[in-house]
Design a protein around this ligand. Structure first.
Ligand code: GLU
Length: 304
């Protein structure tokens, strides 16, 4: 592997919450302790989920915690031509096909529930759309065999895409490019060779690896960090109304994030300056300490 290049890729669907701070801290420390680069990408490809002003607020919050990113911030909503070009390449390879199925038709014929809770696509349009019906989406053909990778935190992961996902959508006629396509194109375009992110994306990784193979792109290493849940056991997100991280919370909040990732941060470091916190954290970071499973956070310095 060449020089380490990592990234943090938040979706601006709301302000930064403690769960995203954990992903930011983990990806940042892994990059900096390896003497590598850390890039920031705003994943706002889905306009419906994007909240006005949230990207700017995330940037300001990261700044307030003294995260330093390398290069320009990449903003997905400005990169549709790149995603379109990737889709054109996949069309030339016959790796994708147009699909006319409605959600209801898919649900009625689906052989199983998909890993993401949706329906496994039954393959109806694989060999062509019938009766000249209008195409609603472009789907990627997936193989009926296992795709595996060795996650640095979660261990070995294997998934048969045909069984648990089915041919999946890269572009909807009336919608944005899918996250799966955008993330693969951007990780490659930015030269990312180490992905550190929340375990909620573990199930998406085999789809991304398959897309990389179809497009002839390298596969980065993966580390999926435990995710923070609320007291009800739900992942912190806009949907579960997770509280915003206070940008002024300083080292105490960073220390809580790092403790969640299995590191015993001394109380003097948690009470000290941001510079002292980062110095200690970069010197002491070890992915080997990160637990595979998370849970609720005790004593997290956030507003109620
Ligand atoms: N934008 C995704 C999220 O905020 C993260 C994607 C990634 O790190 O690959 O959940």
């Amino acid at each position: 592997m060449g020089r380490y290049r990592g990234r943090f890729a938040p979706s601006p669907s709301g302000p930064l919450h403690f769960g995203s701070l954990v992903a930011a801290v983990g990806s940042y420390l892994d990059a900096r302790s390896a003497g590598g680069e850390w890039l920031l990408r705003i994943e706002d490809v889905d306009k419906q989920r994007t909240q006005t002003g949230a990207a700017e607020a995330i940037r300001r919050t990261l700044d307030a915690f003294a995260f330093e990113w390398d290069g320009e911030v990449v903003v997905q909503s400005r990169r549709a031509p790149l995603y379109r070009e990737a889709l054109t390449r996949l069309r030339a390879l016959d790796a994708v096909y147009p699909c006319a199925c409605s959600r209801r038709e898919i649900a009625a014929r689906a052989p199983a529930t998909a890993v993401d809770g949706g329906a496994v696509y039954p393959g109806t349009c694989r060999d062509g759309v019938t009766d000249g019906r209008p195409a609603r989406a472009w789907r990627l053909r997936v193989p009926d065999r296992e795709i595996g990778f060795d996650d640095r935190v979660q261990g070995e992961v294997r998934q048969n895409l045909a069984r648990v996902v089915g041919d999946f959508v890269l572009l909807r006629a009336d919608g944005p490019f899918a996250y799966q396509l955008a993330v693969v194109v951007d990780d490659a375009a930015q030269g990312i060779n180490a992905v550190v992110r929340g375990v909620d994306l573990l199930d998406s990784t085999p789809r991304q690896i398959w897309l990389q193979r179809c497009l002839g792109l390298p596969t980065p290493s993966y580390a999926h960090l435990p995710v923070v849940t609320n007291d009800a056991g739900e992942k912190l997100s806009k949907q579960t109304r997770a509280a915003a991280v206070d940008p002024a919370a300083g080292s105490a909040a960073l220390a809580a994030a790092l403790r969640f990732l299995g590191h015993a941060v001394p109380s003097a470091v948690a009470a000290g300056s941001l510079a002292d916190f980062w110095r200690w954290a970069i010197a002491n970071w070890s992915m080997a300490r990160v637990p595979a499973r998370g849970g609720a956070v005790q004593g997290c310095p956030l507003p109620p």
